[in-house]
Write a protein that binds this ligand. Structure first.
Ligand code: CO
Length: 302
């Protein structure tokens, strides 16, 4: 081998070594960045034991990963019953404190804690209490938890939700949309629902909203429908996902489901089993709440 070729070979191998070092170094610094991200996101929903319902969570998560690239995302289910059920099936289902632990372990300093509940009812209050309890027990693990409120917080939220829902569920002139919300028998949910009903009326789009466990009863809904005189109805949940209530209490075959009772009154029923969380516009409202988190309501390290 000539001296020149040997020199060329060693030059090439040194060059390769340098390239390798650069690639390695940049990968290492990228890994460091991922190891120590500034902020993490906690998404908290009631939870569902129905796999098709949980697929909506996947769509929400995808929207979040796009909106907050590089930020770790952890889920928490606020329902203990659902968590137990899922864990028995071998499905990862964290509580709020477990999700906070997981984010702290990933080295984030700040957690944006997003309630994916529809409004500030019982589940939301429980969520806030769990955040505060964790922070009090773990005073040095995070710099701050920034609380991001549920879907319906302001009039602007209500107007956007009314538009998103009415736009996503097109109906003929002789059709109306009947939404099943959850509601609470006690607390502020009833007033938020009343506000939401006003927004739908303002839009003039023949959308009726009642609740399965709240103040806006099915009987009231029947009275409203007969007054409106419309006979063809679309039924859909006004909940994050189409879970147990939507599949059974709303659309179920049993004779006490909303679908069966409306049919027995002579209504022509179609069902849409998709939660609000599947709508892009609804995802965007949550993402905006997450972005704005901390403007007023931060659970900051004491
Ligand atoms: Co319920």
């Amino acid at each position: 081998m000539s001296r020149d070729r040997i020199l060329l070979r060693s030059a090439i191998s040194s060059l390769m070594a340098i390239v390798c070092l650069i690639v390695f170094a940049s990968e290492a610094s990228f890994a460091r960045e991922l190891e120590k991200p500034g902020e993490g996101i906690l998404l908290a929903a009631f939870g569902s034991s129905i796999p098709e319902a949980r697929s909506a969570y996947g769509k929400i998560e995808a929207a979040y990963r796009k909106a907050f690239p590089g930020s770790p995302v952890e889920w928490a289910y606020t329902s203990g019953i659902i968590r137990k059920k899922l864990q028995k099936e071998g499905i990862d289902a964290k509580s709020v404190s477990e999700a906070l632990d997981a984010l702290a372990k990933q080295g984030v300093a700040v957690v944006r804690a997003q309630s994916l509940h529809i409004l500030g009812g019982a589940e939301y209050v429980k969520f806030v209490q769990e955040l505060a309890t964790w922070q009090a027990k773990n005073p040095d693990r995070l710099k701050a938890i920034l609380l991001a409120g549920p879907l319906l917080e302001s009039r602007a939220d209500g107007q956007m939700v009314a538009k998103a829902v009415a736009g996503a569920l097109p109906r003929g002139n002789d059709e109306a949309l009947v939404l099943m919300g959850h509601g609470n028998s006690k607390g502020r949910a009833g007033l938020a629902f009343e506000g939401m009903r006003a927004m739908f009326r303002e839009n003039g789009v023949r959308v009726f909203l009642a609740s399965v466990e709240g103040e806006q009863s099915f009987e009231e809904l029947l009275a409203e429908l007969s007054k409106a005189g419309v006979k063809r109805l679309w039924l859909a949940p006004f909940m994050l996902v189409a879970g147990d209530h939507a599949r059974n209490d709303m659309a179920g075959e049993e004779e006490d489901s909303w679908a069966s009772r409306l049919k027995s009154k002579g209504y022509d029923i179609s069902v849409r089993l998709a939660g609000l969380g599947e709508l892009r516009d609804i995802q965007q409202i949550f993402i905006e709440h997450t972005r704005k988190a901390g403007d007023e309501m931060a659970i900051v390290k004491p």
